[in-house]
Ligand binder design. Structure first.
Ligand SMILES: [Zn+2]
Length: 348
């Protein structure tokens, strides 16, 4: 027996930053001498978090930026924020600058001059993500920063916690689930990378555990956002993944669903596909889909967060490759998005 699926939250739960404002920064700005036009830079935010003036957060999309590697011939560049083999380093650096500036210069903020100075004071902290349960103090990491740092120089891990201002904790994804957490009372922020292996390693639960044990965070003061990632609609996995989850979580069966993938050709001409294949190997058989966002929501609940303080964006990267980079849907030929959270430096 499978429990009924959760209904996705209404689209209004997802905060689209003022495209006008972010766009005004990025629009038609030639990228690093490339002459590429950029589209409007879209950042997704949690509307409920706008009340915290000291908090900076957002989830990038493909739009904005100067990269042309993944949609060659297109009029506008894209916002690839990861140093991938296909994209030029110069473009990624420029994209990171645009993204950080758009994040800091949040909608509705009046002091633009001060925000500009804060952009310069803010460093981007990144990890060499390895699908682990490892969580680090961001203060202890070198400034990976917008500019450089080879992956080999970066600290390995999948979670970061920061207690001070001036750092943006960035998680790179193209299907995996980014999770951002904030302790609104103590002004502590954290960011996590949760693919299926990291989820299995309880990266988010461990992260909240560290917030509680080392920083005295009370779960009642914690809020979380589950960003864009591959959804249960698209994430088919092997049975071995289900076995691994069953060995770790008593609620594992709630996270998997047998799905008959829609194929219009098969639907129209089913007889064509009724071949002499052995039972259990039919093309028409169901595939097993994993709900990674829900798995991480369960970990946040188990860690003590109130359901109303967990904000899943419910946006599937593989369903919408116009808007998001998706490793699965684009067979690995894709860029990376960044999900970032930080504490705004005090006014100068
Ligand atoms: Zn999907």
């Amino acid at each position: 027996m499978r429990s009924p699926r959760r209904k996705p939250a209404p689209a209004s739960r997802v905060g689209r930053s003022s495209k006008k404002r972010a766009g005004s920064l990025a629009k038609k700005r030639p990228g690093a001498g490339s002459g590429v036009e950029t589209s409007e830079l879209e950042i997704l935010r949690v509307p409920e978090w706008a009340q915290y003036d000291w908090l900076v957060h957002g989830f990038s999309t493909r739009s904005g930026g100067v990269s042309t590697a993944y949609r060659p011939g297109e009029h506008c560049g894209e916002l690839n924020l990861g140093f991938t083999a296909t994209d030029s380093r110069e473009h990624v650096v420029r994209n990171r600058e645009l993204f950080v500036r758009a994040l800091i210069d949040a909608p509705g903020r009046a002091k633009r001059g001060a925000d500009r100075r804060k952009t310069a004071e803010t460093t981007l902290k990144l990890l060499r993500q390895i699908h682990s349960g490892l969580v680090h103090r961001a203060e202890a990491l070198v400034d990976a920063s917008v500019m450089s740092t080879e992956p080999g120089d970066m600290v390995r891990g999948d979670g970061m916690i920061a207690t001070g201002p001036g750092m943006l904790l960035g998680i790179q994804t193209a299907d995996c689930i980014p999770v951002l957490i904030v302790d609104v009372r103590q002004r502590i922020v954290a960011a996590f990378h949760a693919g299926w292996r990291g989820t299995l390693a309880r990266i988010v639960e461990r992260g909240v555990g560290r917030l509680r044990a080392e920083f005295g965070s009370q779960p009642g003061n914690l809020m979380a956002a589950i960003g864009p990632g591959i959804g249960p609609c698209c994430y088919s996995v092997g049975e071995e993944v289900q076995m691994e989850f069953r060995s770790q979580f008593c609620y594992a069966d709630d996270l998997f669903q047998e799905v008959f993938d829609l194929d219009p050709i098969k639907e129209k001409y089913p007889m064509l596909f009724l071949t002499a294949r052995a039972p259990g190997h039919s093309n028409l058989g169901p595939s097993l889909h994993l709900d990674l966002p829900e798995a991480n929501r369960r970990q946040l609940l188990d860690a003590g967060l109130a359901p109303e303080k967990i904000h899943p964006l419910n946006l599937c990267t593989a369903c919408d490759t116009k808007r998001f980079f998706s490793h699965r849907a684009e067979q690995g030929f894709t860029g990376r998005m960044l999900s970032a959270i930080g504490i705004r430096p005090a006014s100068a």
